[in-house]
Ligand binder design. Structure first.
Ligand code: AGP
Length: 595
């Protein structure tokens, strides 16, 4: 939700930090700031708005150590004052996460004479550091951290200490070494090109980075070992490479995302891990698939086919709801947590809750070093590559592939081998869907509609939900995703000539039923369109549609990988036509690390 970065031992800290913040900007972009140590004193710049707002201010800063932040607001609206770093007394702090007990701490600190200048929860950290500081930095950090409840990744500057301190609790922070320089950042891509070796800090660790050396301790002050490894090639910082936006670049990367995911599943011996775990528990009695937003939609798609294939109860739940359900999982449950980032607080906490209830937890994630993998018993890799656009596209397709392999692995070798074979062909089908897709007319139709509804039945319903989410989040055109049969139970009241309904049809056996829903829309003066798999939609539906987009047919469990592509492309083009920034939609951030 926020991106943080720190560096020391570099020629010009602000230059490195500014560039790092550009890489981290997808994590939040309502304000940004940098603080540096120059001659032992702290100097900073911070502004509301995108990272570019602090460019000229950053250029004026000198010094070889510093910290930076790009924000997605939780407490306090986006403003110059609420932007990080928060500086007071001898300290400056950037924070990613949430300080749950900030109100109590603030009251205490105010009563002691500390003067606050923002409405953020984070500002208490800088005042706590000052409260406990009497010349011993480590002691001050330990005392301050002991008072904090919630989730926090911090980078701290202290006057007189040539370096920075990084703290990790429930939010990610990675430290790195490159030559004589030391770094810390919220994710690997921000360190690519800077650090040669990296270490992912564990919960409850504090790193003191100074004079070419990183020293680790735990929250009790006990020494901890630092084990650095070469920065993974997959963490390479991504660039647009000729595409106008990351969203369209990443849609074009779907074939590679699926191929690499399949390869990683086999290479990391997931089949064996899953079957071993099932055997150990005498077979799973039920499966819960869980995630948020797009990840929930891929979980829902997998649930549709898994129940039929495995013959045990399988359900998908949004992570935010699952967390607070009593007795939702038990020792017979396979709990599959799906998350691109592996950082989403609701999903990570849902996985913790399931594990606490005795379930076997599998993490389906694009980030191998994430908080979610730390909780999981089994990691099912998605290898979509770094996804920069806030709207998930290629990671969704990677998740569908990883989940299809997971489900068939649980069914048995024959089903698994069959799925591997089907997934071999899917890359070519995706490429065809991307290159043949004529979305311009469709996007213009969406851009001029007062609302766009997406409907589908069976496996096409989760795709309808995803198409709707994509369009809403990047273009701000309102609408909903609905099971095709549900529309007539209320939402049909919204249908008029200004609204457009897009039917997704990839299952021939359900096509006529969805066609009836479209007839009901025409009868009420509404407009309709169709995205369909070859040979699956009735001719009269195609002929009458405002637009009709055909994609190659594939088997049920993996059809969403292909059928979602036109919907992603339509959302992208609609956003561009309406002058929106598809990569950084308003009010959003790539991962939401608070509940
Ligand atoms: C997707 O386009 C959204 N930006 C959002 O719904 C996202 O999928 C959700 O926040 C979950 O993120 P995660 O996969 O990183 O857990």
């Amino acid at each position: 939700m926020c991106g943080i970065i720190g560096c020391t031992g570099v020629k010009c800290a602000s230059k490195i930090l500014y560039k790092g913040l550009e890489d981290l900007e997808y994590r939040g972009y309502d304000s940004a700031g940098i603080a540096v140590l120059d001659g032992g004193k702290i100097f900073s710049v911070k502004r509301r708005g995108r990272v570019s707002e602090i460019k000229s201010g950053a250029e004026k800063l000198r010094g070889t150590s510093g910290i930076g932040h790009t924000r997605w607001a939780t407490h306090g609206r986006p403003s110059d004052e609420n932007a990080h770093p928060h500086t007071a007394g001898a300290f400056s702090v950037v924070h990613n996460g949430i300080i749950e007990n900030y109100a109590v701490l603030r009251e205490e600190l105010v009563s002691e004479g500390h003067v606050f200048s923002s409405q953020t929860d984070s500002e208490v950290v800088v005042h706590l550091l000052n409260k406990y500081y009497s010349g011993d930095l480590k002691a001050a950090v330990l005392s301050a951290v002991e008072r904090l409840k919630g989730a926090f990744a911090l980078c701290i500057l202290c006057e007189g200490y040539e370096g920075f301190v990084a703290v990790k609790y429930r939010n990610p922070i990675i430290v790195g070494v490159g030559g004589d320089a030391l770094y810390a950042a919220s994710d690997m891509p921000a360190l690519a090109g800077l650090a040669e070796s990296v270490a992912v800090l564990k919960d409850g660790q504090i790193a003191f980075a100074s004079e070419g050396k990183i020293t680790l301790c735990d929250f009790n002050g006990g020494a901890a070992g630092l084990s650095l490894s070469p920065i993974p090639a997959a963490a390479r910082s991504t660039r647009l490479g000729g595409f106008p936006h990351y969203m369209i670049k990443e849609i074009n990367e779907i074939p590679a995302a699926v191929k690499n995911t399949v390869h990683a599943f086999t290479e990391e011996k997931c089949y064996a891990a899953l079957t071993r775990a099932a055997k150990k528990r005498g077979g799973f009695k039920d499966i819960i698939l869980c995630g948020c937003g797009t990840a929930y939609h891929s979980a829902l798609a997998a649930a549709y086919t898994a129940e039929e294939l495995l013959g045990i109860p399988v359900r998908a739940e949004t992570a935010g709801e699952f967390r607070y359900k009593k007795s939702a999982a038990n020792s017979g449950t396979l709990f599959v947590a799906v998350s691109q980032s592996g950082e989403t607080a609701d999903t990570v906490e849902a996985a913790r809750a399931a594990k606490g209830a005795g379930a076997c937890v599998a993490a389906v994630t694009n980030v191998p070093y994430s908080a979610l993998t730390g909780v999981a018993d089994i990691v099912v890799p998605v290898r979509a590559g770094t996804e920069v656009c806030v709207a998930a596209t290629k990671s969704y397709c990677g998740q569908i592939a990883a989940l299809a392999l997971t489900v068939t692995a649980l069914k048995g070798r024959q089903a698994y081998i069959k799925m591997l074979a089907e997934l071999k062909d899917i890359g070519a089908k995706c490429s065809a869907a991307i290159s043949d897709c004529m979305v311009e007319a469709a996007a213009r139709a969406c851009a001029s509609s007062s609302g766009v509804y997406f409907i589908g039945r069976g496996i096409d319903y989760p795709v309808a939900l995803e198409g709707s989410l994509k369009l809403k989040e990047v273009s701000y055109v309102p609408g909903e995703g609905y099971p095709a049969g549900e529309l007539k139970h209320g939402t049909i009241a919204l249908i008029d000539g200004g609204t457009l309904t897009v039917a997704v049809i990839t299952d021939k056996t359900l096509a006529e039923k969805t066609a009836s829903a479209i007839e009901q829309i025409y009868s009420r003066g509404g407009r309709a369109a169709v995205v369909y798999a070859s040979g699956c939609a009735p001719e009269n539906l195609i002929e009458r549609a405002e637009f009709a987009i055909e994609v190659p047919a594939s088997s049920d469990s993996i059809s969403p990988i292909v059928s979602v592509i036109p919907l992603q492309l339509i959302a992208y083009r609609t956003a561009v036509i309406l002058g929106r920034d598809p990569d950084k939609p308003r009010n959003l951030a790539k991962s939401v690390t608070v509940e």
